[in-house]
Unconditional design. Structure first.
Length: 182
């Protein structure tokens, strides 16, 4: 019987010791986790763009995208998180215009013709102004009744020759954009 009482007493002491609260151990907060989010997650015309493909052609890594829609026009603007420039804008509009109307009314006068992109396409560069560098632009009339434009605004101080090279790179990027997906 004494053995049972001793065992019960020892068990009671052990259980009583478990209930005591110790001070919590301070742990450092976890490091923030960077998560890459696809441009397509912004919806709209952003579904037609991929940050990796843009970087492959334009040589700049973008990581923020925003989409907008107004009527038949879908727009996507991409930027680097901590910088407002450079900026790439894709605009896609449903249209019923034909090649002659595109050539006569949409394509800028001094723009270079581009082959192998849609029914008709152009590329051009514009001068620096308003706090930004030169712009590069590619516009095309897609076969499925879509008018599309890629417009790249460079940061202040960018040379015009760099924007001209960029316009050629945007042609290759434009060929990757499937406007039928809108």
């Amino acid at each position: 019987m004494r053995a049972r009482i001793v065992v019960a007493g020892v068990a009671g002491l052990l259980v009583a010791g478990c209930g005591a609260e110790d001070e919590p151990v301070a742990l450092p907060p976890p490091a923030p986790v960077a998560v890459d989010v696809a441009a397509a997650s912004s919806g709209g015309a952003c579904r037609l763009l991929d940050f990796g493909v843009i970087e492959e052609h334009a040589g700049v890594r973008f990581d923020v995208a925003a989409a907008s829609e107004k009527g038949d026009t879908h727009t996507c603007v991409v930027r680097a998180e901590r910088s407002s420039l450079p900026e790439l804008t894709l605009t896609v509009t449903k249209t019923s215009i034909d090649v002659a109307t595109f050539t006569g009314d949409v394509a800028p006068e001094k723009a270079a013709k581009v082959s192998g992109l849609g029914q008709r396409a152009y590329r051009r560069t514009g001068a620096a102004s308003g706090g930004h560098g030169p712009v590069a632009e590619v516009g095309w009339l897609a076969a499925e009744g879509r008018l599309a434009t890629l417009h790249y605004t460079t940061p202040r101080g960018t040379e015009k020759a760099a924007a001209e090279d960029l316009a050629a790179a945007l042609v290759a990027l434009a060929k990757k954009v499937d406007t039928r997906a809108l």
